[in-house]
Design a protein around this ligand. Structure first.
Ligand code: THU
Length: 174
């Protein structure tokens, strides 16, 4: 198990339990970010506004920072055949994997909101995106920091994808 897991015995049943602690850092507002974090989150916000989401009208932007300083951007791309569309996080991380296979992904920034109103709570990546991001964290053997927000309001930061997907399925399970 991971470093943050603990196995203990439940007194009543003698059954073992695995308890997990996770950690998310909270920035109460955009102003609390550092200058470089602001720059990267602005890349996610900028690309969110160009999302192709005519069906859900829910726009998501994601920006990735590579270890060579390159910043990549992606947005959700929908399709009339709904399941053929893809989330912003996977659009950008697959682009990184395809075009920069030898660079590490250091950070991902995400901003999401419906097109007709502000979203004031942090919006985390969906389960499928967490699984996709986990593949690259395992592949590069170093954590990917993930920052996510609505269109305004607080920002949450996870130091590693593992904090968002504790019981991840990876190549060790095959
Ligand atoms: N979406 C993302 O881009 N990322 C997520 O993590 C969750 C959902 C997109 C998919 C779809 O185009 C729209 O948001 C509504 O679900």
């Amino acid at each position: 198990m991971d470093f943050f897991s603990k196995i203990s015995k439940n007194k009543n049943t003698l059954m073992k339990e695995i308890r997990i602690e996770t950690k998310i850092s909270v920035f109460e507002s955009f102003d609390e970010l550092s200058d470089s974090e602001k720059e990267y989150m602005n890349k996610a916000i900028e690309i969110r506004k160009k999302a192709y989401a005519p069906y859900s009208k829910f726009l998501v932007g994601a920006a990735i920072v590579l270890d060579n300083g390159v910043i990549l951007q992606g947005s959700n791309q929908e399709n009339a055949a709904y399941p053929s569309g893809l989330c912003a996080e996977r659009v950008v991380i697959f682009y990184a994997g395809a075009n920069y296979p030898n660079n590490k992904i250091v950070k991902m920034f995400i901003s999401a909101a419906p097109s007709d109103r502000e979203a004031t709570s942090p919006i985390p990546p969906c389960g499928s995106c967490r699984q996709s991001i986990s593949e690259y964290e395992v592949k590069q053997d170093s954590p990917i920091e993930i920052y996510y927000m609505g269109s305004t309001g607080p920002i949450h930061k996870s130091d590693s994808l593992k904090n968002l997907l504790p019981f991840m399925f990876d190549k060790e399970n095959l």
